[in-house]
Design a protein around this ligand. Structure first.
Ligand SMILES: NC(=O)c1ccc[n+]([C@@H]2O[C@H](COP(=O)([O-])OP(=O)(O)OC[C@H]3O[C@@H](n4cnc5c(N)ncnc54)[C@H](O)[C@@H]3O)[C@@H](O)[C@H]2O)c1
Length: 345
């Protein structure tokens, strides 16, 4: 007997990554699973794994941002398996860019897939769940909901999903339906590997660097997220609703850094070469990182800036092809310039 026997789950973006791991994990506990994905090429492999685990899967081609497509897919799920108990709003994309370079389409695509997609799927699914007086809705938020450089669209969508989750919990609770979200940090999937490659990094190196910033000293695997989702999808979680469960949060930075790039890496700030980078108010992280430059001067400059009442972050732009070290030197020159201005005021 599995704890999800007789339950039917609808998992969006189930063709790979966290969605695929979740579909399989739910099936291992007995659920029959509908795998809804815009690209169903990966779904057959997942269904084969589900069948080996003794359950059943159904692949449905569906763009979660498309209202008619979502409604048809949910209806197809109910027609095929006879009910719908669990919805996992997992489908997602990234279109990272700094705000000043973010195209309308980058914004709309990300907001539509994550936020509109979760809204459409939840609305279509709740109609069946309310009738049954039972349901579980689990959405994929992210630690990026707190704000992440280069991700105005993604952070906004992931924060929006937290508001949606809490609201669904309030509205649907009286009908036996819970709504929760998981907010993972770094999970090793094609999404994070593609980000590393786009930024010019070896994914394996990035994983090793990120591991050092995470309290349990490793990045997450899709199965780590699937395990939490599986609990939230079960009857055991019936008194848990409106909650956001964070996974693998970043710990306080420790140690010294070999270079600015190293710092950015380890601090979770994705460097976008050619775009610029941020220095926190605490300049200490640059200790030992600017060859040939009086780091004491640099820290003093920052202190002067702080004394001058300047509040917030210092942002310095790199030129298109400017090497990191050259950019650092220019940043230092800027700080010195600001510090002089602060001194004379
Ligand atoms: N990987 C991470 O580090 C991480 C961290 C936090 C949150 N998340 C979130 O978890 C979810 C899954 O991420 P992943 O890393 O497995 O991503 P992934 O890119 O490996 O998989 C995403 C899946 O969603 C599907 N998809 C994309 N657009 C779709 C659409 N319009 N309609 C239907 N399906 C669509 C893709 O085809 C793919 O199968 C996403 O919502 C992501 O934002 C991921």
């Amino acid at each position: 007997m599995g704890k999800l026997d007789n339950r039917v789950a609808f998992v969006t973006g189930a063709g790979r990554g966290i969605g695929a791991a979740t579909a399989l994990r739910l099936a291992e506990d007995g659920a029959r699973v509908v795998l809804a994905d815009i690209d169903t090429s990966g779904c057959q492999q997942v269904i084969a794994d589900i069948e080996r685990a003794g359950s059943q899967g159904l692949a449905v081609q569906c763009n979660v941002a498309d209202k008619a497509g979502v409604e048809a897919a949910v209806q197809q799920a109910v027609d095929h398996f006879g009910r719908l108990d669990i919805l996992v709003n997992n489908a997602g994309v990234t279109r990272d860019n700094l705000l000043f370079k973010m195209a309308d389409d980058d914004w709309e695509t990300v907001i539509n897939v994550h936020l509109r997609g979760a809204f459409l799927c939840s609305r279509a699914a709740q109609a069946h769940m309310v009738k049954q007086q039972y349901g579980r809705i689990i959405s994929l938020s992210s630690t990026s909901a707190l704000g992440n450089r280069g991700q105005a669209n993604y952070s906004t969508a992931k924060a929006g999903l937290q508001g949606l989750t809490r609201t669904l919990a309030i509205e649907l609770g009286p009908f036996g339906i819970t709504a929760n979200a998981v907010a993972p940090g770094f999970i090793d999937t094609e999404m994070t590997r593609a980000t590393a490659r786009r930024l010019g990094f070896d994914p394996q190196e990035r994983i090793a660097a990120a591991s050092k910033t995470i309290p349990v000293r490793r990045v997450g695997q899709p199965r780590d997220v699937a395990n939490v989702i599986c609990f939230l999808a079960s009857e055991e979680s019936s008194y848990v609703s409106g909650q956001i469960i964070c996974q693998g949060c970043i710990s306080k930075m420790e140690g010294k850094f070999k270079s600015v790039k190293d710092y950015l890496y380890k601090s979770g700030n994705d460097p976008h070469p050619g775009d610029g980078w941020l220095l926190t108010r605490d300049g200490d992280f640059l200790r030992d990182t600017v060859p040939g430059h009086g780091i004491v001067d640099f820290v003093q400059c920052l202190r002067l800036l702080q004394k001058s009442g300047y509040d917030g972050y210092y942002s310095f732009e790199f030129g298109g092809q400017e090497p990191w070290e050259q950019g650092v030197l220019r940043a230092v020159a800027n700080v010195e310039r600001y510090a002089k201005m602060a001194q004379t005021e």
